[in-house]
Design a protein around this ligand. Structure first.
Ligand code: FE2
Length: 543
């Protein structure tokens, strides 16, 4: 524990036209946590302090202090509301926490309330950071190339294990979540025998962050002894948790968080307009953020995998150990509470009058990446038994016609004339355009890639089912970048970037009405960042 410094620099949340929240973390309870702001830092606002309730470390944590087993970590969160602001004005601020009469201060940054309509904005579109090798380099190049952005839209998968504190704050490899987005990373990346230290970008101290929930924001069943990676994977559907419950009287919302899955740490760290899905106006943008993600299960068909298609052979007689396939955390099917909420949002005057209509969520509707298979739907379980009643196989099917994103969500977004659907999850860059002119962008080749599936590179799918081994199963063709695409070995332009050497970021520019994507080749640390694609928000489809 370090008592002489803040655990994070401050970051900005929840701007309104006259206010904004400043948030930071310490490893001490302390006193007099406050924000000073104004031209001479002459105004003071005290912060409210709370303690994170679930953050822990374990033997897999990469921390300076080694942990033998699952251990609680004491971390306090401070939040101050700055209220008397005017749109457009940028005001210096600094946070201070006192520890035993010693003032511990952050650097001085700039805050500004929510921009008015007509303000020219540059927004960073990013996702899937997860402490991956190129993340710090990526965010450093954002700062160096664009300067200060006005907001960050992050389509999920911020860290790997949400309850592991060090992944957010101080992973000893130097690339934790906050350091990368605050210019305080210290991440050595070695390419061709040359090491470069990347610092990330000083981004979220000066611009609000709007995240979506990815599968890596969801923690599974709670335990004080099982290691955190296992707890992360140990999420089960709520209806199964209820079935497995020993004491039915104990079942309530809190019980379900511990016995099915939860996003508690994510919700404790961020201050969002509503919790799990939300919407907001930001300048000329109306942003809708949805909670669309399912658990990732192993595509392996081996009998020893708790997979997406089969349960592990050894556990067939122990349903409490099953994974229940790639179950969905929050329904988005037509008629679900989230779908109904979305319908209302899309019917609101504020949405309909917005110049740029953007919808962000984690799971891809269109991609060449691996995670689009199997379809996004509730797993259909088939249990086979022998003559004695003993379970001999448990398998899961995902009927293509019940893909909730394609069947229910996309038609709704298209009829509402959404301009851009932004998502992540497969760790590559590719984009699509629907016939009605709705743009789809996955810009998740940030820290690493899990590849694109075209040509000879096939997704691992069971041979007896019709899941797409290559291409985008949902119909649209990936668009070849229109400025400077990468090329294959016979010099043909590629409709994607899926690379562990080349990192990509995208910028939404409300002045030009464009989304531009940039690439940086980490093998050549002195090379230029290259703008390789740019599309218009008001792309015209075929109809
Ligand atoms: Fe993901």
């Amino acid at each position: 524990m370090n008592k002489n410094q803040l655990l994070s620099e401050p970051f900005l949340q929840l701007p309104t036209e006259t206010s904004i929240q400043v948030v930071w973390f310490t490893e001490f309870f302390g006193t007099c946590h406050q924000v000073r702001y104004g031209e001479k830092l002459e105004k003071i606002v005290p912060a409210r302090t709370s303690k994170l309730t679930r953050v822990r470390e374990d033997a897999q944590s990469r921390t300076l202090e080694a942990y033998q087993s699952v251990t609680d970590r004491e971390i306090w969160r401070h939040q101050a509301e700055i209220t008397d602001l005017n749109p457009g004005e940028k005001i210096p601020y600094q946070v201070t926490s006192f520890q035993e009469n010693t003032a511990i201060r952050s650097n001085i940054y700039t805050l500004t309330p929510r921009p008015k309509k007509g303000t020219n904005l540059k927004i960073l579109l990013t996702s899937d950071h997860q402490l991956m090798p190129m993340t710090a380099a990526n965010l450093q190049k954002v700062s160096e190339t664009i300067g200060q952005v006005d907001a960050v839209f992050l389509a999920g998968d911020l860290v790997n294990i949400p309850d592991r504190a060090s992944e957010w704050f101080d992973d000893s490899r130097g690339g934790a979540f906050f350091p990368c987005l605050q210019g305080r990373a210290n991440y050595p990346l070695t390419k061709n025998g040359i090491q470069t230290i990347y610092k990330g970008g000083e981004i979220i101290q000066n611009a609000p962050l709007f995240p979506a929930i990815g599968n890596h924001e969801v923690m599974g069943r709670f335990s004080t002894s099982i290691d955190l990676n296992e707890q992360f994977k140990d999420a089960i559907p709520e209806f199964i948790a209820k079935k497995l419950a020993e004491d039915i009287a104990a079942i309530n919302e809190n019980w379900l968080k511990n016995h099915a899955f939860n996003t508690e740490t994510y919700e404790e760290i961020f201050s969002l307009p509503q919790n799990k899905y939300y919407s907001l106006t930001f300048g000329d943008i109306y942003l809708v953020v949805l909670y669309i993600t399912n658990i990732w299960r192993n595509p392996n068909l081996e009998p020893n995998a708790r997979g997406r298609y089969y349960e592990k052979q050894r556990d067939l007689d122990r349903p409490e150990r099953w994974g229940y396939g790639q179950h969905i955390f929050e329904p988005i099917a037509q008629g679900s509470p989230q779908y109904q909420w979305l319908e209302k949002e899309l019917n609101s005057r504020e949405f309909q009058e917005a110049k740029y209509k953007v919808v962000m969520f984690h799971h891809p509707p269109h991609t060449l990446g691996g995670n689009i298979v199997p379809p996004y739907t509730d797993p259909v379980q088939t249990i086979e038994r022998d003559a004695t009643g003993k379970v001999t196989s448990v398998r899961y099917d995902y009927p293509q016609e019940n893909d909730y994103i394609i069947r229910d969500l996309i038609p709704l977004l298209e009829s509402a004339k959404v301009n851009l659907v932004f998502y992540g999850h497969s760790h590559l860059w590719n984009r699509f355009l629907s016939r009605k002119g709705m743009n789809f962008l996955e810009s998740s080749n940030v820290g690493n890639s899990y590849g694109a599936y075209l040509g000879d590179k096939k997704r691992p799918v069971p041979l007896d089912r019709n899941y797409a081994a290559i291409g985008n199963p949902n119909g649209l063709e990936a668009i070849i970048p229109n400025i400077a695409p990468l090329v294959d070995w016979v010099n043909q332009p590629l409709p994607y970037i899926a690379s562990n050497d080349v990192t990509v970021f995208s910028i939404l520019d409300t002045e030009k009405g464009t989304v531009s994507s940039y690439r940086f080749d980490t093998r050549y640390p002195d090379s230029e960042v290259i703008k390789f694609d740019e599309f218009d928000f008001f792309s015209i489809g075929e109809v």
